[in-house]
Write a protein that binds this ligand. Structure first.
Ligand code: ITT
Length: 216
């Protein structure tokens, strides 16, 4: 098994990432909850890409293991893309953030409530390797919170195809259609390759190349 650290403290994200990548049977996922001593990472980048890369590189450097980070957020068209990369700092907790958004949009009619969830996944290793993958998911903002599943802005984000919020749809559908699911589709291939190289490299040196090839 190869240990991969999910560079996040957000339980909702950790749960979804672990579920979506569960078919990687040679990977054991840990998260920042298993590394309470890692210093707080300040997300001061000017893009999802910069913040995701910073989180993954910091954790890979600190632990010496492969790290996978997720930087994500919600862009609301009527608010010129806010809260965007500031989505987690928009207010003090999920409930307050959702109420604030609904308040700001109270006079915005149905047809102008378009929004986009974005996600960037960064995978870094301790030797300086870094790869990024992106995903987005289009939707509309509700007039009230709906549903109990998920986390964050899920109760106010409608997927038009289902006319339901992500919090009503639940994990099975969310993990197929979400910004995170899309970004992780490509990230999964990258991670599979990194892990297989890592396993090959960690075999004893007295195995010759043909024996190593048989293990991949
Ligand atoms: P880490 O940095 O520790 O991963 P975080 O919650 O601070 O956790 P971000 O900086 O990426 O993560 O902020 C993302 C914000 O967008 C945060 O408020 C989330 O609740 C929200 N968000 C991201 N993905 C979401 C999703 O799938 N559903 C609902 N809200 C989401």
């Amino acid at each position: 098994m190869v240990e991969v650290i999910i560079a996040s403290k957000n339980e909702g994200k950790i749960r979804e990432i672990t579920e979506i990548l569960s078919e990687l049977k040679t990977v054991k996922f840990l998260s920042l909850k298993d590394y309470p001593d890692i210093p707080k990472i300040v997300e001061d980048g000017s893009s999802f890409e910069e913040n995701a890369a910073k989180k993954a590189i910091t954790v890979a450097t600190y632990t010496g293991k492969i790290a996978l980070a997720d930087d994500s957020g919600l862009e609301v068209e009527a608010l010129d893309g806010a809260p965007g990369i500031k989505s987690s700092r928009f207010d003090k907790d999920d409930k307050a953030r959702n109420q604030k958004l609904l308040r700001l949009l109270k006079d915005v009619p149905q047809e102008k409530r378009m929004a986009l969830f974005r996600c960037v996944i960064a995978i870094a290793d301790s030797k300086g390797g870094l790869s990024l993958s992106r995903g987005s998911c289009q939707g509309m903002i509700t007039f009230e919170t709906r549903g109990e599943h998920g986390f964050g802005y899920d109760p106010i984000f409608i997927i038009p195809k289902y006319s339901k919020t992500l919090a009503e749809l639940g994990p099975k559908i969310k993990n197929r259609v979400s910004h995170r699911a899309k970004a992780l589709k490509r990230a999964k291939k990258i991670l599979r390759e990194m892990v297989s190289n890592y396993l090959k490299d960690s075999l004893p040196n007295d195995l010759d190349q043909s024996e190593k090839a048989c293990t991949s």
